[in-house]
Design a protein around this ligand. Structure first.
Ligand SMILES: [Zn+2]
Length: 197
């Protein structure tokens, strides 16, 4: 396995990485940076496991959490309402509001990607944060931030158009304000990843 060594852009400490991972976490100062063409610092949060989460198979999964203003300009759906998106835009009570979109950063198969993205985007996870991983391994991130922002559009469309053909047109704007990495807790089980929240 190839070992990569880079230096922390904040404190210059060496960071060793044994696997292909766009994210580099400095053990000395806790700075997270991403190498996806450039070297950029990334804000991040580590979510704590629920007390009820099993110890076995604990794994952290990095997500890009896109914070954006979402505005529906026009819509036309037949045979269904814009039920999901209408509920999703909280606070605004109309066709515009601030939203979180959760885009999984590891290399998942399409069904797993879709399930995790739509589940967390439809129901924003609540968690308390912690300062370290507590010895729990984490999956590598393979998705650059720019790709995550593009995929945020796919997540929005997928959320509403679960029934093929229902959504005819949807014109909207997505004004991205912030993107950060959230490490969410999971348990790896024979049936796949289960949230440990
Ligand atoms: Zn550092």
């Amino acid at each position: 396995m190839k070992v990569i060594q880079v230096r922390c852009p904040n404190c210059n400490s060496p960071i060793m990485s044994k696997q292909r991972d766009l994210l580099f976490l400095c053990q000395q100062c806790g700075t997270l940076h991403v190498r996806d063409g450039g070297v950029n610092l990334v804000d991040y949060e580590i979510a704590d496991f629920a007390k009820s989460a099993p110890i076995q198979g604990r794994t952290y999964v990095p997500f890009w959490r896109i914070y954006a203003n979402f505005t529906i300009l026009s819509k036309n759906s037949s045979g269904g309402s814009m039920y999901k998106l209408a509920n999703w835009i909280k606070g605004g009570g109309g066709d515009s509001g601030d939203v979180f979109i959760f885009v999984p950063a590891p290399d998942f198969d399409p069904p797993t990607f879709k399930r995790l993205a739509t589940d967390f985007t439809a129901n924003w996870p609540k968690y308390s944060t912690r300062l370290d991983f507590g010895g729990v391994p984490r999956l590598p991130a393979n998705l650059p931030k720019e790709e995550a922002v593009k995929l945020a559009h796919f997540v929005i469309i997928t959320m509403e158009a679960e029934k093929p053909g229902v959504l005819q047109t949807l014109d909207y704007t997505l004004d991205v304000k912030d993107a950060r990495i959230i490490f969410l807790p999971f348990n790896s089980t024979p049936d796949g990843l289960r949230p440990g929240l």
